[in-house]
Design a binder for this molecule. Structure first.
Ligand code: HPA
Length: 288
């Protein structure tokens, strides 16, 4: 062991310790699907039945979120016959956390047994034709964060040094989600999510740059969690709620209130989509 704190020399143990504490607090079947609920989207965790909620403060090693609209609780319960572990709120790099810390809760969900991770976020729309309230299935991402969740020593017990990202957002699960949206008459766009460091929203010039790069939605989260999920071999579904048009597209100024208001407005549709996805994961045998 090298001296001094390094980023991940005891990461495996810290993940196991957190998972052990959660198993002790919430006895019952192991969760199969992990849900990361973004700004204004946390209400879905309240719909889980037979649920046990654990404050992040009671889970060893879990970082605390201070952003309004993020509760900071893990809820384990069932929905559509699937035992889920839902993170109600996440921490962001702009709060001063490393990407590895921001992604730590996602690692713990996977250590608990989640085979599929559904990551959601609020994001700014880069396609001018998408009105606020549009839901977007993430096809791929662009990482513009200045830290990486896997930076530092690699522990092979968690995953490989150089994870492949060719199919970061599982194509077969994207096809499933698309079919479910069509069957439920939910309009679902598909596109590229770009992660920006924040906490300032983008400048109009940065928005033009991101459009040129081929991105469709910009946000300040998600990528660290997706990277650790791929590292650990879990499959990922990503859904962005386009809460606003990105800076400069309409000329209107952006606010966090607008972000949470839009997310709240589409809540019912978003929850219907999540219900459909959980049901679809079961009926297609994706979780067995
Ligand atoms: N930019 C970055 N992050 C966001 C936005 C945005 O416009 N809206 C919600 N999260």
């Amino acid at each position: 062991m090298t001296s001094g704190p390094t980023m991940s020399d005891d990461l495996y143990e810290r993940v196991q310790t957190a998972a052990g504490a959660i198993r002790k607090a919430a006895s019952g079947p192991a969760p199969k699907v992990g849900l990361i609920l973004g700004s204004g989207l946390g209400g879905y965790a309240d719909k889980l039945t037979g649920a046990k909620a654990i404050d992040y403060g009671d889970i060893p090693g879990f970082p605390r979120s201070h952003v309004v609209g993020h509760k900071g609780r893990l809820v384990i319960g069932a929905r559509e016959g699937v035992t889920c572990a839902a993170l109600q709120g996440r921490v962001h790099l702009y709060e001063g956390h490393s990407a590895a810390t921001a992604a730590f809760p996602a690692r713990v969900l996977i250590a608990l047994g989640c085979k599929v991770l559904i990551v959601t976020n609020a994001a700014g729309g880069l396609d001018p034709s998408w009105p606020p309230g549009t839901l977007m299935l993430i096809r791929d991402h662009i990482d513009m964060l200045r830290d990486h969740a896997l930076r530092g020593p690699n522990d092979e017990r968690l995953g490989p040094r150089f994870p492949d990202m060719t199919k970061a957002y599982a194509p077969e699960l994207r096809a499933l989600v698309t079919r479910i949206a069509v069957a439920a008459s939910i309009t679902l766009q598909e596109g590229i999510y770009v992660a920006m460091p924040g906490p300032t929203y983008e400048t109009p010039s940065e928005v033009r740059m991101l459009q040129t790069l081929g991105a469709h939605a910009t946000g300040m989260s998600t990528v660290p969690e997706v990277c650790v999920a791929r590292h650990m071999g879990a499959r990922v579904i990503g859904i962005s709620c386009i809460t606003n048009q990105a800076a400069g597209i309409t000329g209107a100024e952006l606010s966090h209130e607008e972000v949470t208001e839009t997310a709240t407005r589409v809540r019912a549709t978003f929850e219907r989509l999540l219900d459909g996805i959980l049901g679809g994961l079961i009926s297609t045998g994706e979780l067995s």
